[in-house]
Design a protein around this ligand. Structure first.
Ligand code: S3P
Length: 171
């Protein structure tokens, strides 16, 4: 298992982009965000892609750009919440490097996402209770994929020390 390529997975709002940014500094290498790459490549926001082209198209682009990382050497990639949720994508990530699941509780996710749901098309229209129900259901649906991660950090265990330990031990 090589820690040269690190993939962060988990629900929206779990902190993948935040941690990818930090990790990129520790490993002194590129930190990427799959959603941002999709927006750059399509020259549209995620919201526009969902509304104009549909989710199925978004998922195709997501898989295509994920595969682009095969050519790259050392990096950390924050994936979108749905990116590992097809077997091809999670298999790819595990073959290429290590996969860390940031497993934040639904309660915490709701509090974070209610503030910044506007640019997330799957939840933009939901109020507090509908968002909680949506996330609960999504979590159940996605858990079989998230559970395939090499490492899982839950709630209060998502710390700098814990992530550094994983990276060190996997090197
Ligand atoms: C999605 C999560 C989003 C983005 C898209 C769909 C999902 O990424 O890819 O809105 O299906 O959970 P973040 O997890 O970075 O918010």
């Amino acid at each position: 298992m090589a820690a040269e390529k690190i993939f962060l997975i988990g629900m929206m709002g779990s902190g993948k982009s935040f941690w990818a940014h930090k990790i990129s500094k520790w490993i002194k290498s590129g930190g990427y965000d799959l959603d941002s790459l999709i927006e750059m490549s399509e020259e549209k926001t995620i919201t526009e892609i969902f509304s104009e082209d549909g989710e199925a198209y978004f998922r195709k682009v997501e898989t295509k750009l994920l595969k682009w990382f095969k050519e790259k050497k050392k990096y950390v990639l924050a994936t979108g919440g749905g990116a590992p949720c097809n077997q091809e994508n999670i298999d790819f990530m595990k073959k290429e490097g290590i996969v860390i699941w940031l497993d934040e509780s639904v309660d915490v996710l709701v509090e974070r996402l209610i503030q910044e749901k506007a640019h997330r098309p799957l939840i933009a229209h939901l109020n507090h209770s509908a968002l909680a129900e949506f996330l609960q259901n999504k979590m159940l649906e996605r858990a079989p994929f998230y559970k395939q991660a090499n490492f899982r950090l839950s709630g209060a265990d998502i710390t700098e020390a814990a992530i550094k330990k994983i990276i060190k031990n996997a090197s």
